[in-house]
Design a protein around this ligand. Structure first.
Ligand code: MG
Ligand code: MG
Length: 277
């Protein structure tokens, strides 16, 4: 396997620039994602935001992907192609967004996802799944501060899922799609499983930058890829949620590059303060 790219402080600060572009895309999409708006219109919002920030899309054309964001509605887990589908109040929608900036001849990438309920109010199932998935992401990010190996992430996700389980319900953790290293390319080693990994995973080291992205479902974790070769749905058509941030391991701890506040609010419950590079 290719070595894990270790970044300098300057390189992490360039990745922060890309991360803030992704944060801008998220903000614009959260505002624009209203009932009656089509997914194509939302991709146009993403494209415009990237352009206005002077950045570049890392999704458009990636293995032929036809848009600047993946938009995944309800039973779609990831990789939804923005099409003429129109959002309805109560839809559970995941936005996976990315951008890169060019600095000294290299691309520096950001990648982050969030899930929301269109119109603000959804089913109790949708709200629960979204809340648990977001919590799993923050717990996974927080685990990097004292964790020794990449496997800390999957362990943290499993712990949040178990803590939120009831006699009748437990969120399913998608296994076929994973988090990843990120830097001069969007997807780099290491692969990051969202469940307890068997075997030895790489040691966490200062200068690593990781995309931490749990994907949870309301039912069975079995998925299938649709005829467009991209859209991934749950086989049982149960709901899915997806949260992701790009995070740097810095001298003093971690810095969430795709969160405008560096992760301050999300990490506060864990007693962690972000440490910028
Ligand atoms: Mg992503
Ligand atoms: Mg990713």
């Amino acid at each position: 396997m290719a070595p894990i790219e270790i970044k300098t402080g300057q390189q992490i600060r360039w990745m922060r620039e890309a991360g803030l572009v992704v944060a801008q895309i998220h903000k614009a999409l959260r505002e624009a994602a209203q009932p009656g708006v089509s997914l194509k219109d939302l991709d146009a919002v993403s494209e415009k935001t990237i352009r206005e920030c002077g950045a570049h899309s890392n999704f458009l054309g990636y293995y032929g992907f036809p848009a600047t964001a993946c938009i995944s509605v309800n039973e779609t887990v990831v990789h939804g192609i923005p099409d003429n589908t129109v959002l309805k109040a109560g839809d559970l929608v995941s936005f996976d967004c990315g951008a890169y900036v060019l600095r000294e001849g290299k691309q520096w990438h950001g990648d982050a996802a969030f899930t929301m309920i269109v119109g603000g109010e959804g089913s109790a199932e949708a709200e629960r799944l979204n809340r648990v998935t977001e919590e799993a992401m923050w717990a996974a990010l927080a685990s990097l501060v004292n964790g020794k190996r990449i496997s800390a992430i999957g362990e943290a996700v499993e712990e949040v899922v178990a803590a939120n389980a009831t006699d009748q319900w437990e969120a399913g953790i998608i296994e076929e799609y994973t988090g990843h290293g990120i830097g001069t390319a969007m997807h780099q080693p290491p692969e990051i499983l969202n469940y307890r990994a068997r075997g030895i995973t790489p040691k966490l080291k200062r200068g690593m930058v990781l995309a931490v992205e749990p994907m949870l479902v309301d039912g069975s974790i079995e998925t299938e890829v649709m005829d467009d070769d991209w859209t991934v749905k749950t086989v049982d058509r149960s709901l899915a949620a997806h949260w992701e941030h790009t995070v740097a391991l810095t001298d003093g701890g971690i810095w969430v590059l795709t969160a405008p506040d560096g992760g301050e609010a999300g990490l506060a419950p864990y007693g962690i303060t972000p440490s910028p590079a």
